[in-house]
Design a protein around this ligand. Structure first.
Ligand code: 5GP
Length: 190
């Protein structure tokens, strides 16, 4: 069986990335979503082991020391990291492994994994980011402004990625994302 593809996806907060990936990941045979670890608190409805592994700072730092992460980064005052173990297992099974991580972590992987493919999801504008975060209603205004400022910085890094999908219309963005994945699957060599 052909090995799966390692696919790194980054998007500033409020890009609708969760909605796009929710649709894409419905195909559970084809894709494996890498569950990250984080030290931030769970949001309403988030389940430990499904959305994230929610860890204390001490536990997280211990796992860094033990080399358990493929990459890790600090984002808005919290640690986030990708557990290494499950990735190889699922690639070997022929599944495409999707890592949904921010840009610092993605750039660490660029340096370490020549087999990785990089997709950026961009919002049509920063104003839509602010509106979506307000609409989601899970963050305070202070945190929202911090995330919008972070999104502005991250948008400048889209050139570091192999592909960029703009999420203006959801159906189009999902179709574009799947076209990119198909191209990655058919690519010779990587
Ligand atoms: P959120 O707190 O909104 O769930 O995630 C904040 C940011 O952290 C998002 O950009 C998300 O992609 C990123 N992130 C989630 N998991 C990881 C990870 O394992 N590593 C890194 N570097 N970033 C992550």
């Amino acid at each position: 069986m052909a090995r799966g593809k390692l696919i790194v996806v980054s998007a500033p907060s409020g890009c609708g990335k969760g909605t796009i990936l929710g649709r894409v990941l419905a195909d559970q045979e084809r894709f494996y979503y890498s569950v990250s670890a984080t030290t931030r608190n769970p949001r309403e409805g988030e389940v430990n082991g499904t959305h994230y592994w929610f860890l204390t700072r001490e536990d997280f730092e211990q796992k860094i020391a033990q080399g358990e992460f493929l990459e890790h980064a600090q984002f808005c005052d919290h640690y986030y990291g990708t557990p290494l173990g499950p990735i190889e297992e699922h690639l070997a099974k022929g599944q495409d492994v999707i890592l949904e991580i921010e840009v610092q972590g993605a750039m660490q992987i660029r340096g370490k994994r020549p087999d990785a493919n990089f997709i950026f999801i961009a919002p049509p504008s920063l104003e839509t980011v602010r509106e979506r975060l307000i609409g989601r209603g899970t963050e305070t205004m202070d945190v929202i402004e911090k995330r919008v400022a972070q999104a502005e910085k991250e948008l400048k890094l889209r050139d570091q990625y192999d592909y960029c999908v703009v999420n203006d219309d959801l159906d189009t963005a999902v179709a574009d994302f799947l076209s990119v994945v198909r191209a990655i699957e058919l690519r010779v060599g990587k």
